[in-house]
Design a protein around this ligand. Structure first.
Ligand SMILES: [Zn+2]
Length: 87
C-alpha cells in the first residue's frame, strides 16, 4: 500500500518508521515489536498500512479469539438457555 500524504493534514512529509509499538485496550497494554508504520512530522499523525494493521490485530486483545465466557459475550455470540446451564 502506497502512502504519500497525511490523511489528517495533507502533508507529504510523512515517513516510515520501525519501532516497538504499544497500545492499550480496556486497561490491558500490549506491544507489537518492530512495527512499521508512517509518522507525520507536521501533525504527529500515525498511519498504519494493511500490513501494520494485520500485525496490530495479531497482538491486540481487542482482536483475540474468544476463549472465556466473558470474551464470548463481548463478541456478541448468541447465548441460548442451554448454554447458560453448561457454563
Ligand atoms: Zn499530518
Amino acid at each position: 500500500m502506497l502512502i504519500r500524504t497525511c490523511p489528517t493534514c495533507g502533508s507529504d512529509k510523512i515517513k516510515k518508521v520501525q519501532r516497538d509499538w504499544t497500545d492499550e485496550f480496556e486497561g490491558q497494554f500490549y506491544t507489537v515489536p518492530n512495527l512499521e508504520f508512517w509518522v507525520c512530522p507536521n501533525c504527529g499523525e500515525r498511519i498504519y498500512d494493511r500490513e501494520a494493521m494485520r500485525k496490530i490485530e495479531a497482538h491486540s486483545p481487542a482482536f483475540a479469539k474468544p476463549r472465556t465466557p466473558r470474551a464470548r459475550a463481548k463478541a456478541r455470540v448468541p447465548v441460548t438457555a442451554g448454554a447458560r446451564a453448561a457454563a
